[in-house]
Design a protein around this ligand. Structure first.
Ligand code: TYD
Length: 127
């Protein structure tokens, strides 16, 4: 799949609260090599503004909300609103993304299929 898409993450609810999970490679389309998270993003700030040559990732807003603008290899632009802990966004390699309109309490988990490598980044601004 070379387009971004939303993943419905299972949510197990009982009187003690909710539990959600992701597992490679049934729910996640790759094996996880790296996990990082973005948080304490000041109001009005944007992150990303790049694509990766090789890395694919899944982003989950564990708390709060964020918009993720994506532009895929066919130049198709789609904006996804992540606002639930049981909704993930798969972003394949070679897809430009920008995170914006972070809510004050936004805490975003990123699951990646590569180790960190600055040479994997292709940075450019889009409107
Ligand atoms: P960057 O990926 O540019 O952040 P964003 O896409 O959210 O705007 O990363 C910001 C800085 O953090 C940059 O100097 C690289 C560093 N970094 C690591 O050292 N390891 C990592 O796994 C990541 C994701 C970033």
């Amino acid at each position: 799949m070379d387009r971004p898409y939303l993943i419905d993450i299972p949510q197990i609810s009982d009187p003690r609260g909710n539990l959600s999970f992701l597992e490679s490679t049934s729910l996640l389309p790759f094996k996880i090599k790296r996990v990082f998270w973005t948080y304490n993003v000041p109001s009005g700030e944007r992150r990303g503004g790049h694509s990766y040559k090789k890395q694919s990732e899944v982003i989950v807003a564990l708390s709060g909300a964020v918009d993720i603008v994506t532009i895929d290899q066919n130049n198709t632009r789609v904006t996804f609103r992540l606002d639930r802990a049981n909704k993930g966004l798969f972003i394949p390699a070679k897809t430009w993304r920008r995170m914006e309109y972070f809510s004050g309490n936004a805490f975003c988990l990123h699951l990646s299929d590569t180790h960190y490598n600055e040479e994997d980044y292709e940075r450019f601004e889009r409107r």
